[in-house]
Design a protein around this ligand. Structure first.
Ligand SMILES: C[S@@+](CC[C@H](N)C(=O)[O-])C[C@H]1O[C@@H](n2cnc3c(N)ncnc32)[C@H](O)[C@@H]1O
Length: 205
């Protein structure tokens, strides 16, 4: 089941949707959030950036439905909520090189060593994220799990991402950065968060 926003016509997922027809000028700055959860980031983004558009993909039906309801209630025409597995949906709905930014905030950690391979940011996903971004496009990755952060930074650099801070380095929080729902808790308690702000190199094709 797919939740789209204001249109009567559902988004066709067997081809790249016409984002410009759906979102107008904001489609020129199209961003993806993977695993939006309760939607704190997506809702604040929609309200703060009317000139940009965000597609939030969440695999849990209830979370996606609730977020879609809130986006409609707040008339956020630049926020599209889709229910599904981003690993499958993203390459179907976005052409390569089309995204200005991708946000991955606090992906499930899969704590046990034997489950680590279930993590969202594996080698295949790192390559896919790089390809979906336009040259210069930003990957905004945040986690509270240091082991995940260190594994991700290595994989992402290996896949071809550029880290302006230097190899293996993490970013500080920007004062005006929008926190995700989970992150608000950590900001209140002071629990550490590892942040990556990596880009697709400008000269890449
Ligand atoms: C730990 S929660 C974090 C939610 C939110 N990003 C935040 O920071 O508050 C991780 C979310 O990612 C979703 N998720 C995990 N894998 C996913 C995938 N492959 N595609 C879409 N959503 C996914 C989960 O259902 C869950 O809602």
């Amino acid at each position: 089941m797919i939740f789209s926003d204001r249109d009567e016509a559902p988004i066709a997922l067997d081809m790249h949707p016409d984002w410009a027809a759906k979102l107008g000028a904001a489609a020129g700055n199209l961003e993806l959030e993977i695993g939006s959860g309760h939607g704190g980031y997506a809702l604040a983004f929609g309200a703060r950036h009317p000139d940009r558009a965000l597609v939030a993909v969440e695999q849990r039906r209830k979370f996606a439905a609730d977020l879609d309801g809130k986006a409609r209630g707040r008339k956020l025409s630049n926020l599209v909520v889709l229910m599904g597995d981003a690993r499958i949906l993203a390459p179907r709905i976005f052409p390569e090189g089309s995204l200005a930014a991708i946000h991955v905030h606090f992906p499930d950690p899969w704590w046990k060593r034997k489950h680590e391979r279930r993590r969202l940011v594996d080698d295949g996903m790192s390559t896919l994220l790089l390809r979906l971004l336009r040259p210069g496009g930003l990957l905004d990755f945040r986690t509270d799990v240091e082991r995940y952060a260190r594994d991700a930074v290595e994989r992402l650099e290996e896949a071809g991402f550029e880290n302006a801070l230097g190899a293996g380095r993490f970013a500080e929080r920007d004062a005006d950065e929008i926190p995700s729902t989970r992150e608000k808790r950590y900001l209140a308690t002071g629990q550490p968060v590892w942040r990556l702000r990596m880009t697709r190199p400008r000269e890449s094709r």
